[in-house]
Ligand binder design. Structure first.
Ligand SMILES: Cc1cc2nc3c(=O)[nH]c(=O)nc-3n(C[C@H](O)[C@H](O)[C@H](O)COP(=O)(O)O)c2cc1C
Length: 278
């Protein structure tokens, strides 16, 4: 039982922690450190009022240049849900979730505003695309934090981008708009599973980026994580190609995941959505 923030940090990273030793394990930070994605939901609906409140909190996020380039599609219609579920059949938590949203980057509004105001828009850049993607990502995470604070559970879904062309058609996404991720939302069934993070010695740098200890720190993380969250032999990725190994680690899993091409249709889709990415 975690009594302090330090206990929660130890659970998260699998390393001894001193920071937060005197701070009780409650409040915003505790919720953030202990959070996890949920992939099992009770059938109970999420009330309209709750959804509205969480959306308002999410849309209160900071936004690049105050452009507010996130759009959210709430997928309510059963036929729409069914069609999207059909695109991502490998993830049964998507049809099970009482609420399903799609978070989009939206560069259409500023382009239209430039037209309405009779101004040129010489900014069809990769940076412009990234600003919209980042805005959508920030709003997505703010939504998750707000929803979790009310006892809801969430799971982001980037798998929908595997079928981005069809998804774009279903959601009628116009030029300048692209999906970043779906989000399952509901009342969690069960506690879910905490997933160990890379140590700050890898992810936090002081003054200058330093990867000199990466290989050694990665090996230690792999060992810690494999012990805390072992992968059943039957769940090893692409075993038919890479075999079943005894020491199946996080880095082995990630290297296997990206040993096959993934989402090569997304770049062409984004360009067809009107982004030059100059
Ligand atoms: C942008 C984004 C896309 C994701 N896409 C999927 C997905 O398609 N399916 C899924 O089950 N989980 C997805 N996840 C959840 C991650 O797998 C999860 O965050 C990660 O394994 C860490 O676990 P945790 O969130 O429980 O800490 C996604 C997360 C993010 C941030």
């Amino acid at each position: 039982m975690a009594e302090t923030i330090a206990d929660l940090i130890e659970n998260r990273f699998g390393l001894p922690a001193t920071a937060g030793r005197n701070t009780p394990a409650s409040g915003t930070i505790a919720g953030m450190v202990a959070r996890r994605s949920h992939r099992r939901f009770k059938p109970d609906p999420v009330s309209e009022e709750t959804l509205e409140i969480v959306l308002a909190a999410a849309l209160s996020s900071p936004a690049k240049s105050d452009l507010q380039q996130a759009s959210i599609v709430i997928v309510r219609d059963a036929a729409q849900r069914g069609a999207i579920n059909g695109l991502v059949e490998s993830m049964p938590w998507i049809p099970q979730a009482p609420v399903f949203l799609v978070f989009c980057g939206d560069n259409r509004r500023i382009r239209r505003i430039s037209e309405l105001r009779g101004k040129p828009f010489p900014n069809d850049t990769l940076d412009m695309f990234m600003n919209a993607a980042v805005d959508a990502g920030i709003v997505l995470q703010a939504f998750i934090t707000a929803a979790e604070s009310l006892g809801l559970g969430c799971c982001p879904i980037s798998l929908i981008r595997n079928h981005v062309e069809r998804l774009g058609e279903l959601l009628a996404l116009p030029e300048g708009v692209f999906p970043v991720a779906g989000l399952c939302v509901g009342h969690p069934e069960g506690a879910g599973r905490l997933s160990m993070r890379l140590p700050p010695s890898i992810t936090v740098h002081t003054d200058r980026y330093d990867s000199s200890r990466f290989d050694a720190e990665l090996a230690a993380y792999d060992a810690r994580r494999a012990k805390a969250e072992p992968t059943e032999p039957g769940k090893q990725r692409f075993a038919e190609r890479w075999g079943v190994t005894e020491a199946y680690t996080w880095s082995e899993d990630k290297a296997r995941q990206y040993s096959v091409p993934e989402r090569h249709s997304f770049g062409p889709y984004v360009r067809r959505q009107g982004f030059a990415l100059k």
